[in-house]
Design a protein around this ligand. Structure first.
Ligand code: G3P
Length: 214
């Protein structure tokens, strides 16, 4: 399973890259707004840092504008993945950009039928939002199971990118199901390292090492 970090914060991306386990980055307009910085600056710095797939989202609801924005974004670097909403316009733009050889990530996916549409449009990735489904008492991870199964049934090559991850158990479940990618907020990625037995075991090794004669 590939790990993407779900952030537009340059410091977080830098720290996650330093661990050597990061495959890519996903952003969205809300994450960019949270930085308080200009999109141009954020985008330029992310693309300079990360050579793996970087999802950058279109900011219009109009199909022609999505295609124009998508082409402009894709021209910024070979790692750019154009993120499009799962709307009629977004799916049509996905098909048009796919036909031009541009990588796409269809976002705001909340049902298996929507995921079929993304696959039919040739999306590189589909992003089902598990946390937001959990928030309304639906089972987000059950949607991942459905999509993985349906894509397998028909040999769709669209990669299932688990998004709106809210806790480390989502990451574990995504891996158990066999999702292609999990995009994880920095804090949750960081928490994956934690285990009290690792900490106590490491402290004991360090302590015992001091007893070894020189
Ligand atoms: O990148 C999209 C997604 O991960 C958003 O997550 O926490 O706003 O539902 P969240």
């Amino acid at each position: 399973m590939k790990f993407f970090v779900d952030t537009a914060d340059i410091g977080e991306i830098r720290r996650a890259l330093a661990w050597g386990i990061l495959d890519g980055v996903t952003t969205n307009p809300s994450l960019v707004a949270k930085t308080g910085r200009r999109f141009e600056d954020v985008k330029r710095e992310i693309l300079a840092l990360c050579h793996g797939p970087v999802s950058l989202e279109v900011t219009t609801e109009d199909e022609a504008e999505m295609i124009a924005q998508g082409k402009a974004l894709a021209a910024e670097g070979p790692q750019v993945v154009v993120k499009l909403p799962l709307t009629r316009a977004g799916i049509a733009a996905c098909k048009a950009l796919t036909d031009l050889g541009i990588k796409t990530n269809v976002t705001l996916c909340f049902s298996a039928n929507q995921a079929i549409l993304a696959a039919k449009a040739g999306a590189t990735y589909v992003s089902p939002f598990v946390g937001r489904l959990d928030d309304i008492s639906m089972d987000g991870m059950a949607l991942i199971e459905d999509i993985v199964q349906i894509y397998r049934n028909y040999g769709f090559t669209t990669q299932v990118l688990v998004a709106s991850v809210r806790n480390p158990v989502h990451v574990l479940q995504a891996a158990r199901i066999g999702a292609d990618v999990c995009t994880v907020p920095y804090g949750i990625l960081d928490s994956l390292f934690n285990h009290p037995l690792t900490d106590s075991g490491n402290a004991k090794f360090m302590q015992d090492w001091k007893k070894v004669p020189e």
